[in-house]
Ligand binder design. Sequence first.
Ligand SMILES: Cc1cc2nc3c(=O)[nH]c(=O)nc-3n(C[C@H](O)[C@H](O)[C@H](O)COP(=O)(O)OP(=O)(O)OC[C@H]3O[C@@H](n4cnc5c(N)ncnc54)[C@H](O)[C@@H]3O)c2cc1C
Ligand code: FES
Ligand code: FES
Length: 479
Amino acid sequence: MALPLSRTDRKMGARFLLNGTEHEVLSVVPTMTVLDYLRGEAGLRGTKEGCAEGDCGACTVAVVRHGGTRAEAINACLYTVGQLDGARLTTVEGLSGRNEPPDPVQQAMISCHASQCGFCTPGFVMALWTLRQEGGTPDDDAIHEALAGNLCRCTGYRPIVEAARQACRNAQPDQGIPDGASPAPQESLTTGDVAWFAPVTLDALLALRQSHPGALLLAGGTDVGLQFSKERCHAAVTISTSHVRELRLLRETPGALHIGAAVTISEALPACERTWPALGAIMRRFGSRQIRNAATVAGNLANASPIGDLAPCLMALDAQLDLAGPDGERSLPVEEFFHAYRRTALDDAEVITRIRIPRPADGTIFRAWKISKRHDQDISAVIGAFRVVLRNGRIADMRIAFGGMAAVPARARETERVLAGRTWSESTVRDAGDAMERDFTPIDDQRASAAYRLRVAANLLVRLYRDVAGESAVEVNQA
Ligand SMILES: Cc1cc2nc3c(=O)[nH]c(=O)nc-3n(C[C@H](O)[C@H](O)[C@H](O)COP(=O)(O)OP(=O)(O)OC[C@H]3O[C@@H](n4cnc5c(N)ncnc54)[C@H](O)[C@@H]3O)c2cc1C
Ligand code: FES
Ligand code: FES
């Protein structure tokens, strides 16, 4: 049940360090956005609201999770006060006091004339501040990636990038994070009629799912957070997966990479990129750094968007999903998870616990491409993922999956059938492109027409061929 935003009596409030000082939030619902809390209750108006949906970066703040050491840039407009419980939060006000010299990032923004109206500036400063905390000297690619979630409408990016180069040159890691141990996270927060649970074990999570059937299950909140931010609606009961130990595990075994359902995309990215560089490249284009620092792989699958970026990649890689519910655990291939538009195989009280991506056999080729109007911070029109094994110049095995071509992410089975056993050549993949029309009947929408989608899907097959042909020979363990 969704309730309108209201202030009610609190029983237990979120506790966290805000710019080094312990705060307990007694006055607002745990699902209030951090941005509303900062600008309203806390009176810290340096953090700005632009879009309130994760797109502009004006609200960027830095969060160190409980038990963590890294400051991560987060969109305060989507993150909730409940998610802060046990964390350390730094806002632009925490960088330097009124009578203190500016932080090196602020100084570089001044020296490089990187601010005009200034509305976007606190967000840029915080995005760069977290980059600086990583230490070293980032190259321009790293700078662009760190700033891809921040929009500036008047200054232009050249001076901002220059400020980034200046501020982050030979930086010492973790220099500016305010000291102090954060309070221990609590397993429940209650503010009047709005309850927040943050279980730490899978058993406790499953028990809560059963005892609160209508509860909102929240991972990073980059999809769900929009209802707090935009619709100003708050579920009566929210269950956060963020502290569930079993769901926080990220494990590499000889056979597979295991990604727990509460592992963020930023956390999973390095391991994914090492084994499947093409998957890493897709993940690097996922939203922005602020989004990736909160969003989970499991949330991306569970929200069952037909244009989600990760489902087609995981389908092509033959990844498996582990689910747990009151009747025990079960596993299924990712491709069997999507039943219909926004409908999945999850039963009511079930949760995703883990995603397992099998390691590629020798000689496996994996490629994936996201086609969107902008390179950064954009939703796919089409996303295609391809896993190929070649033997003696022929296609021994091929899995092709697309997003944006149907109501659910789906395999191109007819195209796969046409290609099976054929000679690996450009004419083969060109011929096979026609089969896409038998696999998919895409829709026209504001992102792309049906005809464009079909053409792009067929062209991606040719791109696959040329991309692989451009490299010396068939790769070993190359993704
Ligand atoms: C600005 C912006 C940019 C974005 N860019 C992209 C993009 O480039 N590509 C893309 O694919 N998506 C993008 N998204 C969408 C979103 O970030 C992703 O879908 C993300 O992976 C959701 O993960 P989350 O952890 O934030 O999920 P949440 O919002 O917390 O939850 C999403 C859904 O998953 C369910 N869920 C979460 N965990 C579990 C679990 N363990 N078991 C069962 N159900 C669960 C929730 O109940 C909810 O229904 C973007 C969103 C925003 C706001
Ligand atoms: S206000 Fe635009 S990203 Fe948060
Ligand atoms: S300085 Fe005006 S929006 Fe960036």
